[in-house]
Ligand binder design. Structure first.
Ligand code: IMP
Length: 493
C-alpha cells in the first residue's frame, strides 16, 4: 500500500533527498512510521528510471544480435552476416576454426573466409576472433595475405583473443590417423585438426594464442606437449610426430599476429557499454553442435547461440536477439543421420542447381527437403526470434516441394528430437507437399515481386514454426536479398 500511495502522490520530476523528505507529510498524515518515510525518501531519489547502471542495459541504443546456423552448417551465414554487417560496428566469431567456409560475393568479387569474420570486408568495421575459436596461425596468415592482395586493410580492425587455442600440425596428423582407424564409423571431418585441438583444450594441455607472445613459455609448453603426443602417436598409430621447425614457425607467426592479440572479452563488453552494436557470427550449425547436434557426427565446439557467451566472454543478458539461418531445403556434409535426405537423382538436381559443394573441402553436399522438426528444435535451443531463408531460388524450377512436418519412430509420432543419432537415423519423416512456383525468384530484391506460391511456401514455414521470416536470400550476390518489412529483423538494419 505504501509504495502505491507514493507512486500516486509523486509522479513528477526527480527530487533531491531533502525535497523527498519535505513531501513526507503526505504519508505522515496517513500514519506511516519514520522508517517507512526514510525508505520512501530513498525510493523517491532513485526512481526506476534513475538507476542509470541498469538503465544503460535496458534502454541502450546498442544492438547485439547472434546469427546462427539452424541446420547442419552451410546455410549461407556468410552472406547474411556480410549483409547485416553494414549496420553493425563489431562482427565477432565465437567458435569453430578454419573448418568453416563463409562465402561472400559482391561487386563481382568472391571471398571465402574461414577464420576471419566476414565483417572485415566492410570498411571501418571491427572483426573479432573469440576465445572459443581454435586458430591455426598458418591458415590465419594465409587469409590475411589473401585480404591484403585484395586491398583489404585489417590494421586496427581485426582482433584475436589471447585465450583462443592454437591448432598445430600434430592435431591434423592425429585426426587423420583417428579417422582412418574409425573405418566405416568415420565422422567425415574436414581434416583441419579442429577436434584434436578442442580435445587438448578440454584435457588442459592446449597451447593458447597468448602463449605465442612469450617465446620461452611457449617453447617450454610445446616441448612438454610434443613429448606426450609423440609417445601416444607411436604407441597408437605406430608413427612418430613430425615437429621439425614447428616452434620457430609458430613464434614467427606469433610476431606477425602480435598487433592483433588482446583480451577480446574486454573489447566487446566495453564496446557494448559504449552503445556500439555487435553482430555475433555463428559457424557450422545447430545440428553440428557438440552437445545438441547429431552426436558423434558433429563438430567439436558449441555452434549454437550459447557459444557466444562461452566463446567470447559476453554474458547472456547482453544479447538482444537471435537470427537463425536456414536454406529453403537442407544439406549436410560428412557422415551422420539425415532424415529428409533426397534420393540420388533428386539430390543431384538440387546439388547442381544450388552448387552444393563444400566451400572448404569441395566435397559434394548431401541434399534433402526442408525439415521443420530440425528448425523447431533449433528455434528452441538457440532462442531464435527471426528466421533467414536462403537459396529460395534453387527451387525456382521445382514442380512440387516436400516439407517435413513431423517424425515417426517405430510407428509412433515423436514429440522431440531424439538424443541418439542411431534413433534419428531410424525416424520416418512425415511430409506436407506444397506446389512449386516455377518462376524466377533469382535476384529478386522486393518481397512484392516474389511469386505468390513462393510467398505461400515461406508463410507455411513461418506459420508452422511461429517465428517470423525476417530476411530472404534469392542469390549469392550481396544485393540479391529481401528484408521483410515490419519484422524484428528489419529494425536491425
Ligand atoms: P570437423 O569440424 O572438421 O571436426 O568436422 C566434423 C563434422 O562437421 C563433419 O561432418 C564436417 O563435415 C562438419 N563440418 C564442420 N564444419 C562445417 C561447416 O562449416 N559446414 C558444414 N559442415 C561442417
Amino acid at each position: 500500500m505504501c509504495g502505491c500511495l507514493h507512486r500516486e502522490a509523486f509522479t513528477g520530476a526527480t527530487l533531491s533527498p531533502a525535497e523527498g523528505k519535505k513531501k513526507v507529510p503526505a504519508s505522515e498524515e496517513a500514519g506511516y512510521s519514520t522508517a517507512r518515510c526514510v525508505a520512501f525518501a530513498v525510493a523517491r531519489v532513485f526512481r526506476p528510471g534513475d538507476f542509470t547502471a541498469m538503465q544503460s542495459r535496458g534502454d541502450r541504443l546498442m544492438k547485439s544480435i547472434v546469427v546462427v546456423g539452424a541446420q547442419w552448417g552451410d546455410e549461407g551465414k556468410g552472406k547474411v552476416v556480410d549483409y547485416l554487417a553494414g549496420s553493425f560496428d563489431y562482427i565477432a566469431r565465437c567458435a569453430g576454426g578454419h573448418n568453416a567456409g563463409h562465402t561472400v560475393i559482391y561487386d563481382g568479387n568472391r571471398f571465402v573466409l574461414q577464420l576471419i569474420p566476414c565483417g572485415i570486408l566492410r570498411p571501418g568495421k571491427h572483426a573479432v576472433i573469440g576465445s572459443g575459436v581454435v586458430v591455426d596461425p598458418v591458415a590465419l596468415a594465409a587469409e590475411l595475405d589473401t585480404l591484403a592482395k585484395s586491398g583489404i586493410d585489417v590494421t586496427g580492425r581485426l582482433h584475436l583473443s589471447n585465450r583462443a587455442h592454437l591448432i598445430f600440425p600434430y592435431h591434423r596428423q592425429m585426426e587423420k590417423a583417428a579417422e582412418a582407424a574409425r573405418g566405416a564409423w568415420k565422422i567425415g571431418t574436414t581434416s583441419r585438426g579442429i577436434g584434436p585441438a578442442y580435445e587438448d583444450k578440454m584435457a588442459r594441455h592446449g597451447i593458447r594464442v597468448g602463449d605465442l607472445l612469450n617465446p620461452a613459455r611457449f617453447r617450454e609448453k610445446l616441448e612438454r606437449v610434443i613429448a606426450e603426443k609423440d609417445a601416444v602417436c607411436r604407441a597408437t598409430y605406430g608413427v612418430p610426430l613430425d615437429t621439425a621447425g614447428m616452434a620457430e614457425q609458430y613464434l614467427e607467426l606469433g610476431e606477425r599476429l602480435r598487433p592483433l592479440i588482446s583480451d577480446v572479452s574486454v573489447l566487446i563488453n566495453h564496446a557494448l557499454d559504449a552503445g556500439r552494436s555487435v553482430l555475433f557470427e555463428g559457424a557450422q550449425g545447430t545440428m553440428l553442435d557438440i552437445d545438441f547436434g547429431t552426436y558423434p557426427y558433429v563438430t567439436s565446439s558449441n555452434a549454437i547461440s550459447g557459444g557466444v557467451c562461452t566463446g567470447l566472454g559476453v554474458g547472456p543478458t547482453r544479447i538482444d536477439a537471435v537470427a537463425g539461418v536456414t536454406k529453403a531445403y537442407t544439406t549436410r556434409v560428412g557422415s551422420g543421420p539425415f532424415p529428409t535426405e533426397m534420393p540420388d537423382l533428386e539430390a543431384t538436381e538440387v546439388r547442381d542447381r544450388g552448387k552444393e559443394y563444400g566451400a572448404v573441402t569441395g566435397r559434394p553436399r548431401r541434399c534433402g527437403w526442408l525439415d521443420l522438426v530440425v528448425l523447431q528444435y533449433a528455434i528452441r535451443i538457440n532462442g531464435i526470434s527471426s528466421l533467414v531463408v536462403t537459396k529460395l531460388d534453387v527451387f525456382d524450377t521445382q514442380k512440387e516441394i516436400q516439407v517435413c512436418i513431423g517424425y515417426h519412430y517405430k510407428g509412433t509420432p515423436l514429440r522431440e528430437m531424439p538424443a541418439a543419432a542411431e534413433d534419428l537415423a531410424e525416424v520416418t519423416p512425415e511430409y506436407a507437399t506444397l506446389p512449386g512456383w516455377q518462376s524466377v525468384t533469382y535476384g529478386v530484391q522486393d518481397a512484392a515481386k516474389l511469386p505468390r506460391l513462393a510467398v505461400a511456401y515461406l508463410k507455411f514455414i513461418s506459420d508452422f514454426l511461429g517465428v517470423e521470416v525476417g530476411m530472404i536470400s534469392t542469390g549469392p550476390d550481396r544485393d540479391a536479398t529481401i528484408v521483410c518489412a515490419a519484422t524484428q529483423l528489419a529494425t536491425w538494419i
